[in-house]
Design a binder for this molecule. Structure first.
Ligand SMILES: Cc1cc2nc3c(=O)[nH]c(=O)nc-3n(C[C@H](O)[C@H](O)[C@H](O)COP(=O)(O)OP(=O)(O)OC[C@H]3O[C@@H](n4cnc5c(N)ncnc54)[C@H](O)[C@@H]3O)c2cc1C
Length: 414
């Protein structure tokens, strides 16, 4: 490889949590990384609250520690997720905990904007990483020798590898000619933190129902993020409710089960679109984070999977550098493609199936849902398998081997 003209080894488009974590993982392996984002520095360094409370697995927490991100979170930023309850309409469903695995909690919740801020602080202080903000890319191209991008202003940048980490709607992915499948679920999630009268005991709820899904993500004893998924028009009318009436509307949707709910944050909305890239790599390029797999949030695994992509790509690139000195070596990309595809396909397919069954408005779906929930209450293997998936602690999160092991463990327990 000629590297004289390349002041950076890897260029990452997107300074979101996945792009910044990848930059940290690559810089820790001695590589020079240039991160480019279209947002301005203020928006990236001090991101505003965006309503997302990210449920992190034990494994993701460990990885964020190793990358030096966790250390930049405020001390009280990560309340524990003790247990999770799955319900449907009037069916009380079943509860999942980590005790079968010797763990007192399933994971931790951290607000997305705090993860972004912590990742920014860690990356900005890391030697080997340069971050350029307010960048608009005019063109990009890759060939067998290198990747080139042209930001507005006339500069031409080159690197041995280009990584797209610019969200599930990645324009970099499209510019690279990589197709992606998208499932628009026609629903929108409305999120707001609420204070509530009864304690939540650190138990998260996923409460399905005809025409709506409610989730409760506890952030303190009497405070949680209330997430209501509705068809677009209904979601908009909930968003448009005046401040004084919003609490009453949310209390009613949660049937007053935790008493009166009062909003304690701004409201946010996310249209539900899941995406899956047809390829995760190409010549001198790779996709990471949501740009590779944009998960439906129902199983709370999007960023966990994004971190798995960071780990797998950094490992493959690191090995290639040791062997060949080339961070964009085709063997490294092929290895990442194989590992991340095998690791994410079962989780993506399982999440899509759950989302399809549990959010279907069809009358046929409810008996099936109740059957599934009754089975969950009666056969410990099911909640145990679900807990294993949520905990995601063994070696390869979401990997086929991990799922097979979790399934075998669950069957053995019976
Ligand atoms: C409601 C909701 C709840 C969720 N809950 C969970 C959860 O509980 N657990 C979990 O693990 N995950 C969860 N997720 C998923 C998680 O939020 C995402 O997986 C994660 O934020 C994706 O990070 P990313 O860095 O890949 O992309 P993003 O966060 O989208 O960042 C992309 C970055 O790229 C930049 N960019 C975009 N286009 C360009 C361009 N053309 N040029 C330059 N820069 C560009 C953007 O400015 C941005 O900074 C949830 C998602 C939603 C919507």
């Amino acid at each position: 490889m000629e590297d004289a003209a390349m002041p950076q080894d890897v260029m990452v488009v997107g300074a979101g949590p996945a792009g910044l974590c990848l930059a940290l993982a690559l810089a820790a392996r001695g590589l020079k990384v240039l991160v480019l984002d279209r947002q301005d520095e203020q928006a990236l360094a001090e991101p505003a609250y965006d309503g997302r409370e990210i449920a992190l697995t034990h494994r993701s927490v460990r990885l964020l520690h190793e990358l030096g991100v966790w250390q930049h979170l405020p001390a009280d930023a990560a309340p524990v997720l003790r247990r999770a309850r799955v319900m449907d309409g009037a069916h009380r469903g079943f509860e999942v905990g980590g005790e079968a695995f010797g763990l007192s909690y399933l994971g931790r919740f951290v607000s997305n904007h705090l993860i972004r801020r912590a990742a920014w602080c860690a990356a900005a202080a890391m030697p080997g990483i340069e971050i350029r903000t307010s960048v608009s890319l005019e063109s990009l191209a890759t060939d067998a020798r290198c990747a080139r991008v042209a930001p507005a202003g006339g500069e031409r940048l080159e690197a041995a590898l280009l990584v797209a980490a610019d969200s599930r709607f990645s324009t970099t992915r499209r510019a690279l000619g990589i197709p992606a499948f998208a499932w628009d679920l026609g629903m929108t999630m409305v999120l707001s933190r609420v204070r509530h009268e009864q304690p939540n005991h650190g138990v998260a709820w996923e409460w399905f129902g005809r025409g709506q899904t409610r989730a409760l993500l506890p952030v303190a004893d009497h405070e949680a993020s209330a997430v209501i998924t509705l068809p677009g028009v209904e979601a908009q009318s909930l968003l448009d409710v005046p401040d004084g009436d919003f609490g009453a509307k949310v209390t009613a949707r949660f049937e007053g089960r935790l008493g009166r709910m009062t909003p304690s944050s701004t409201r946010h909305a996310y249209p539900l679109v899941a995406t899956w890239a047809a390829r995760f790599t190409g010549s001198r390029c790779a996709l990471a984070g949501d740009a590779a797999v944009g998960m439906h949030p129902v199983t709370a695994h999007g960023f966990n999977l994004g971190l798995a992509s960071v780990e797998r790509l950094a490992q493959s690139v690191g090995e290639a550098v040791e062997r060949t000195g080339d961070p964009g070596h085709p063997d490294a990309l092929a290895r990442y493609e194989r590992r991340h595809r095998a690791g994410s396909a079962p989780l993506f397919a399982g999440t899509q199936a759950i989302a399809g069954l549990f959010t279907s408005p069809g009358a046929w779906a409810q008996p099936l849902r109740w059957l599934a929930l009754s089975a969950g209450g009666r056969f410990p293997a099911l909640p145990r398998g679900l807990a294993a998936a949520l905990l995601d602690s063994p070696s390869d999160p979401g990997g086929a081997a991990h799922w097979a092991r979790a399934g075998l463990r669950a069957l053995r327990a019976r």
